[in-house]
Each structure stands twice: as structure tokens, then as C-alpha cells.
Write a protein that binds this ligand. Structure first.
Ligand code: BJW
Ligand code: ZN
Length: 251
């Protein structure tokens, strides 16, 4: 289905058109149409035997740092080869129509920034950055596939790791504070491409509901948020988001 065939409820289009502040919370589904597998998709090939949820933990890295490093190196290479899709561009286009627009993303691929969104909060870090697991300093250069994996920190010789947030780790305070402020004050919250299962990000739409925002879910499948949201737009975000923006702001 193309965006022009997707039907948007007229009162939702009106609410978006009249919004002063729009926030979006995005997840892996928004990058699926760019070719980035969602987190809970079955792994393929070499990685089929591993559960992503079990690789994205400090204990997995402590147990088998080379395995976890290699998994992230493979995903970094994949992310380098992809481009934003129509869903990313539709969210970026909102910046030109809405006085205040923020994208809080759980994605680590940088595709919202590449699409041109001006205010992006990365809740779970960024896979293209690498930091030291011991001293926390960012690495400026490293070899993804060298003989020593993970490579060592130039300052303290600690093992390098991706600069992402693993299960049981705290999200960056400033990112959480900015996202909370946005959902507490927005008129409309778009929740796109997330299973709404991972906290504290999954709490953000609930906060928005308590503050009186109109909460819109965009996802081909039902999630725990579906029955709470004011609108559930079923379909891929690469179709639904452009349709929503076109309905609210016709050329
Ligand atoms: C499409 C589509 C298309 C497909 N268009 N849609 C409160 C209650 C219960 C548990 C907890 C809680 N607070 C904390 C926890 C523990 C834990 C947690 O939430 N666990 C749950 C699993 C129950 N949370 C944490 O540990 C967090 N830390 C924390 O809270 O610190 C305090 C603490 C300390 C010590 C102990 C306990 C707490 C940290 C969470 C970090 C998550 N990190 C990851 C990895 C990032 C790095 C990497 O990429 O490797 O983030 S895990 C993974 O899940 C990744 C994602 O960002 C995140 C969310 O996944 P997402 O984006 O929703 O993707 P999927 O795959 O789940 O869903 C895709 C969706 O897209 C589906 O719905 C599809 O239908 C849809 N879709 N195609 C639109 N074309
Ligand atoms: Zn170090």
C-alpha cells in the first residue's frame, strides 16, 4: 500500500495540524524498511542461535566479550550501509510544520538525524560510537575486525564496547529528562515502530496520556500500548507516517 491509499481519521489530521508541540517515540520498526532488523526479529545466519536480548547485557559482555563485540561490529557494518526511509523523512518534515517537534528514539542507528530531524534524543545510545568499558572514555578509532576483539582503550587498556544502553544499565539522565519534558508538554505523541515492552521508554506514552496528550500508535501489530492509545494506525511506518503528515499538512 502507498501513503496516498492510507486513510487517516480527519480529526487526527486536525489535531496534528493544530498542535504546537509534537513528540515522537520511535523504535526498531521505524528502521525496518531501511533494512535494519528489528530487535525481536529472528536472527539470521551466524547469529540465528543467539537471542538479541541476551547479547545486549553487561553480563553477556563480561562472559563473552568477543562474541558481543563481533555482534555489534556486524550490526555497525550493516548500519553504515543503510539510509533513512519515508517514515524517517516524514517525521523530519514535521519540523517545518510544527512549532516544536522532538524525536525520542530507542534506535541506535542515527537514521533520524540523517533524515534531517533537528531535535533527536537518543535514549539507548548510538551504535556507531564506541567507549571504554572501564574508564568510559569515547574511542576515536578502533579496528572492528582486528586480532584483538574487543580492542583496548588507548588511555587505560580496558576493553572497548559499543556506546549503547544495555539491559540493567541506566539510560543517560539528560536524554530521559528531555524525553519526559517533551511527553509531559506535547499536544500529540506519535509512538512508532516499538513493541512498547522495554522500560523506561515504554513508560513515556503512559506519562503523555496522564498529561492529556493525544497518543497515536503506528505499528502493523498490536502492543501493550494499543488499548491505551487514542489512535492505533495499523501499518508500516514508511507508509503511515507520510500519510499522516500529508493529511495534516496538504501541499
Ligand atoms: C514496525 C515495522 C514497520 C515492524 N513499521 N512498525 C520496569 C518494568 C519492567 C522491567 C523493567 C522496568 N524498568 C527496567 C526494567 C528492566 C529492563 C526492561 O525494560 N525489561 C523488559 C524487557 C521487561 N529495562 C532496562 O534494563 C533499562 N534500564 C533500566 O531501566 O535501568 C534501571 C535498572 C537498573 C538495574 C536493574 C533494573 C533496572 C535499559 C533498557 C535498554 C534497552 N537496550 C536495548 C539494546 C540497545 C542496544 C542495541 O541496539 O543493541 O534497546 S534492548 C532493545 O529493546 C533495544 C531497543 O531499543 C529496545 C526496544 O525495542 P523496540 O525498538 O521496541 O524494538 P522491537 O524489536 O521490540 O519491536 C519492533 C516493533 O516494530 C514491533 O512492535 C513490530 O511490530 C514493529 N514493526 N516492522 C512500524 N515497518
Ligand atoms: Zn579506558
Amino acid at each position: 500500500m502507498s501513503a496516498s491509499d492510507y486513510s487517516i481519521p480527519p480529526d487526527l489530521a486536525r489535531a496534528l495540524r493544530n498542535a504546537r508541540t509534537v513528540a515522537a517515540l520511535t523504535g526498531a520498526g521505524v528502521s525496518a524498511e531501511s533494512g535494519v532488523p528489528t530487535f525481536r526479529d529472528a536472527q539470521t545466519g551466524l547469529w540465528a542461535q543467539f537471542d538479541p536480548c541476551e547479547l545486549a547485557t553487561p553480563s553477556a559482555f563480561a562472559r563473552n566479550p568477543t562474541l558481543v563485540w563481533d555482534w555489534y561490529a556486524m550490526r555497525r557494518a550493516l548500519v553504515r550501509g543503510v539510509a533513512p526511509n519515508a517514515g524517517h523523512y516524514a517525521l523530519a518534515a514535521l519540523d517545518d510544520h510544527v512549532p516544536e517537534c522532538l524525536v525520542a528514539t530507542q534506535n541506535v542507528d542515527g537514521l533520524h538525524q540523517q533524515a534531517g530531524s533537528r531535535w533527536v534524543i537518543e535514549l539507548h545510545g548510538n551504535i556507531t560510537r564506541v567507549k571504554c568499558a572501564s574508564c568510559g572514555r569515547q574511542a576515536l578509532a578502533w579496528d572492528d575486525a582486528g586480532p584483538q576483539r574487543p580492542p583496548r582503550c588507548a588511555y587505560c587498556s580496558g576493553p572497548l564496547r559499543p556506546d549503547v544502553v544495555w539491559f540493567e544499565e541506566m539510560l543517560p539522565d539528560d536524554a530521559v529528562a528531555a524525553a519526559e519534558r517533551a511527553v509531559d508538554t506535547c499536544d500529540v505523541l506519535l509512538v512508532a515502530g516499538t513493541s512498547s515492552e522495554v522500560y523506561p521508554a515504554a513508560e513515556l506514552p503512559r506519562r503523555a496520556l496522564r498529561s492529556g496528550a493525544r497518543v497515536v500508535e503506528i505499528n502493523p501489530l498490536a502492543t501493550p500500548l494499543s488499548e491505551l492509545a487514542h489512535d492505533t494506525l495499523r501499518g508500516p511506518s514508511g507508509v503511515v507516517l507520510p500519510a499522516l503528515v500529508a493529511a495534516a499538512f496538504p501541499a
